[in-house]
Write a protein that binds this ligand. Structure first.
Ligand SMILES: NC(=O)c1ccc[n+]([C@@H]2O[C@H](COP(=O)([O-])OP(=O)(O)OC[C@H]3O[C@@H](n4cnc5c(N)ncnc54)[C@H](O)[C@@H]3O)[C@@H](O)[C@H]2O)c1
Length: 346
């Protein structure tokens, strides 16, 4: 990294909803946003103006030799791999929003390109930085639950979101991928086999209902279910900072030989009732607290920044686990399409 002494210089690729939140969070963490890239020039310009950064429609326009230390890829899903490779080849660390890639070979190419240059490709799996899941992992590591037997992970998204962005790639890469990573994180093991089913209900929305049964090389199993089925009338959890109001209802259960632990993402403690409705605001993922973005996103960005600055190794989001998440999600899609048990090559 060229500028370890001063603030880390970050170029943001993708000035949409999550890109804008990333720019704010990286900036609040002490990084300097030096460039914003988006083919939608008005979006790029507006976000760049907020951060005093340059802007362009293409990464190569903004990323000059030695001009940045890291690139944050928060663009539409199918652009992540080429942008990550371009950033790494320019000598920058890269933070890649989920999905890290959508083909195992692409994920392997990103990791190989990073490692050949001594750089980090940090996969943006925000949930593993959320305190309840970190605490669950601690419980597993400390043996408080005994020998880990199985994991149950379930996630419902607002139904309305499916129409706006849920099916721009296979929904497994949009929603299931969070639990794919959480299962790997909590099991600390490599997924080796999966069988998955989609709902047989009519219409393209059926693709958003997936159930998968996963086996890990440790003998642990996991069930992963996701559906974009939360009705509009449900209490909202996300409001404000993401410009995407709605509900994420996720549940996680960890079952071991000596104990069971459960986590519910929705309605964890706070309820707000107003004349326009009831909300149970998110306090876990990216709550705005005292004017700053907090929660898992702030913790994730702080960790990525420390890794990029060479202050610690990428132990909390290792390259190999980024690869495993892509391998498992790809196997879920393959099994859901074919109905067959899919073995993931080692
Ligand atoms: N970790 C999470 O919980 C979480 C939450 C929301 C979104 N995301 C991820 O963040 C990414 C962005 O999602 P979003 O909701 O902001 O989408 P969005 O549609 O609001 O924004 C995507 C932006 O990317 C831009 N873009 C397209 N091609 C580009 C390119 N080649 N270079 C630069 N920009 C390009 C688009 O013009 C658009 O402005 C997605 O990968 C999504 O899965 C993750």
């Amino acid at each position: 990294m060229a500028d370890v002494a001063g603030p880390t210089r970050v170029v943001l690729a993708g000035a949409g909803r999550f890109g804008a939140l990333h720019a704010r969070t990286w900036s609040e963490a002490g990084a300097r946003i030096v460039g914003v890239v988006d083919p939608d020039a008005r979006r790029a310009e507006a976000l760049a103006a907020r951060h005093g950064a340059s802007f362009g429609s293409d990464l190569s326009e903004v990323l000059r030799p030695g001009s940045a230390d890291a690139v944050v890829v928060a663009s539409t899903e199918d652009t992540h791999v080429p942008l990550a490779l371009e950033a790494l080849r320019a000598g920058c660390h890269v933070f890649v929003e989920k999905p890290f890639a959508m083909r195992p070979a692409d994920a392997a190419a990103v990791v190989a390109t990073a490692e050949a240059r001594g750089l980090t490709a940090f996969a943006g799996h925000v949930s593993r930085f959320a305190q309840p899941y970190v605490r669950l992992r601690d419980a597993v590591d400390a043996g408080r639950l005994g020998t880990l037997w199985t994991l149950r992970l379930r996630r419902d998204f607002s139904r309305a979101w499916f129409e706006s962005f849920g099916d721009r790639v296979d929904p497994v890469w949009e929603s299931c991928i969070h639990d794919v990573d959480l299962a790997i994180y909590l099991a600390s093991a490599r997924p080796v086999r999966v069988v998955a089913q989609r709902s047989a209900a009519a219409g393209r929305a059926a693709a958003s209902v997936v159930s998968a049964l996963v086996a890990f090389d440790s003998g642990v199993t996991a069930t992963i279910e996701s559906a974009w089925a939360v009705p509009d009338g449900a209490p909202g959890t996300l409001a404000g900072v993401l410009e995407l109001d709605g509900t994420i209802a996720a549940e996680c259960e960890v079952i071991g030989s000596r104990g069971v632990a459960k986590q519910r993402l929705v309605n964890d403690s706070l309820t707000e009732w107003t004349d326009t409705g009831a909300t149970t605001p998110d306090l876990t993922l990216w709550p705005e607290v005292a004017g700053r973005v907090g929660g898992a996103l702030a913790a994730e960005v702080a960790e990525a920044l420390a890794v990029f600055r060479g202050e610690r190794p990428p132990a909390r989001m290792p390259h190999r686990e980024a690869l495993w998440s892509v391998e498992l999600a790809a196997a879920i899609v393959e099994s859901a399409e074919s109905g067959a048990v899919v073995t993931i090559p080692g």
